[in-house]
Structures are given as C-alpha cells and as structure tokens.
Write a new protein. Structure first.
Length: 305
C-alpha cells in the first residue's frame, strides 16, 4: 500500500477525529425556504440534534476524555446558543460550516465570500476567536473557496477526499492543510431517510454501519492514516446509534496507539512537521482545471447544480 503517513504524536499508529456537523434545521430552511415552517416532522427530526443529541454526544466525549471538532452553520449558532456554550465549555473546537449551510459551488463568488465572512463574524462574536477550519456545506467546495480561505486566514479545510492522510492545497494565493475524509465516513448514506429531502434509501442498522466504520479504522490503524467521521447529531445522536459509537470508541481504545484529536490540533501538528522538515505532504494545486475541457466542445463555465 502506497501511503505517506506523518509521524503521529507519542508514537500513535493513526489519528482519529469524530467530527459532528450540527446542521439542525438550517438545511430545511435552505432547501425549502417558502415551506420549511410547515414541515413539522422534518423540523422535529432536525431539532433533535441540538436539543437532545448534542448533550448526549458531549456526555460520551467527556466519559472518554475526548476533545473533538463540531462544524456549525453560524445561523444554527445564533439559533441554538445553549449548544454552542456547552460545546465550548467542554473544550471542543467549533469550525466554520457556512452561515445557513449554503453550498459554495452553487453560488456566485461574491455571494460565497459574503456568507463566509458573515459566518466568521458570528463565530468570532460567540467564541471569541476566528475559526481555524472550514467544512463546506454538502462538501461543495468551489473553484473560489481555496482563495477565500487563504484570504480569510483559515488554517485547514475538511471538505475534500483526495488522500488517506493530511495533504496541502495550493493556489497563487497561498496554501492550507486539507484534512480529507470520504463518503463512506459520512453517516448520511447509512442513516438518513426523509421525504422532505427526497432521500429514501434503506437505512442500515447501527451494527452494519459500525462494521463499516470499524473496518475503515482497522485499515487506517494498520497503514498509519487519518480517520475522520463526518456525522450529524440528528442522525448518529439517536440512542441505538450513539450506543454503537460508544462501542466503536471503546474498540479503538482497546486496540491502542490512537491519537484522538481535534482537527485544529491535527492541522497544527501537520504544519509543525512541515516547518521542521520532518515530513513532506503531497500537494494538490487548485483549481484542477481552468474551465470546461475542450474535448467536449466550447461552452461557458457555470455553477454546479
């Protein structure tokens, strides 16, 4: 297996981060602006996240002595300040997840920057510091996102899927650390079902999802990679699923030599290794293409749909 893992702290075999995206009902308002207030079942499902699941998740982290990363749309921070206070009180990181879970590559560049800056203003006001990391809504990183993140002083992004270990993103504007994951580590395809979002796939049992997450972890542990879960409180915070998560954490502790860390700590460790010349990550130069490829004919660049 070709892998270029960094040396993890204290001789750990791998790095692990259980990140939660607390989207709450922002995604319902964003997708169904005119009718979100009439969709009571979907609203109650999503509000379960900050109102019921987040306290449960925080209790679980506290039992294991873990500090982790939560990505919050800034609108959700304003709407659910008690969740923000509880997350901060326990020493966890809050990362940028847009203002209202907007999708950057579906926006004109000026609007993308506007929402990024508006979200940052809220995070600064409610946490006392600028966010270090970004995860784009629905992973929809645009051709402009990288330059905006450099411009706004971000340390890392966690939206892309391009490696099994941290790597570097570069443009003419500068560089940031990319902390990658992939769709198999997202709880949405395992647990989500909603008529309001047009997503009615068969849900997996927590045991089946746990088996996949565990196999991903075993491979990362063997080869020295980075394991980042992308989960949502309203999905993985449900009782049976939270119980499965606790079992997974117990399994990881039993296996040993695991670095449980926030994404800001993983990014800082990556940069320290680079500055010391102790490790050299792979570099991706963005954008991958300047526009539509000419082989398919002349066309104008457009926004994703």
């Amino acid at each position: 297996m070709i892998l270029n893992p960094p040396p993890w702290p204290n001789g750990a075999r791998c790095a692990v981060a259980f990140t939660f995206d607390m989207d709450a009902d922002s995604i319902l308002h964003f997708d169904h602006h005119a009718s979100a207030d009439t969709r009571m079942a979907a609203m109650s499902m999503l509000r379960y996240g900050p109102e019921v699941a987040v306290p449960r998740i925080l209790q679980m982290y506290k039992a294991f002595g873990m500090r982790q990363t939560f990505f919050l749309p800034a609108w959700c921070m304003e709407r659910y300040p008690e969740s923000v206070e509880a997350i901060l009180e326990d020493g966890h990181e809050i990362g940028h997840h847009g203002y209202l879970h907007e999708r950057p590559n579906e926006l004109p560049s000026d609007q993308e920057l506007y929402w990024l800056q508006r979200g940052t203003d809220v995070i600064v006001r409610m946490t006392g510091q600028r966010p270090r990391g970004m995860r784009c809504g629905s992973f929809k990183f645009s051709r402009h996102t990288m330059d905006f993140l450099v411009q706004e002083g971000f340390d890392y992004d966690a939206s892309l899927f391009g490696d099994d270990v941290p790597y570097l993103l570069e443009t003419e504007a500068g560089s940031i650390v990319e902390l990658p994951t992939h769709y198999g580590m997202d709880d949405w395809p395992h647990y989500m079902a909603s008529r309001d979002f047009g997503y009615m796939m068969s849900m997996k049992s927590p045991g089946a999802a746990l088996e996949l997450f565990k196999e991903e972890f075993d491979a990362v542990w063997e080869f020295g990679g980075l394991w980042i879960a992308v989960w949502h409180p309203f999905l993985s915070g449900r009782l049976a699923r939270a119980r499965a998560t606790r079992q997974l954490i117990e399994y990881m502790h039993t296996k040993g030599n695991v670095w449980f860390a926030t994404l800001e700590d993983i990014s800082a460790h990556t940069r320290k290794l680079m500055d010391e010349g102790a490790w050299h990550p792979r570099v991706d130069r963005l954008p991958y293409y300047d526009g539509p490829i000419p082989e398919l004919g002349v066309t104008s660049p457009g926004l994703s749909v």
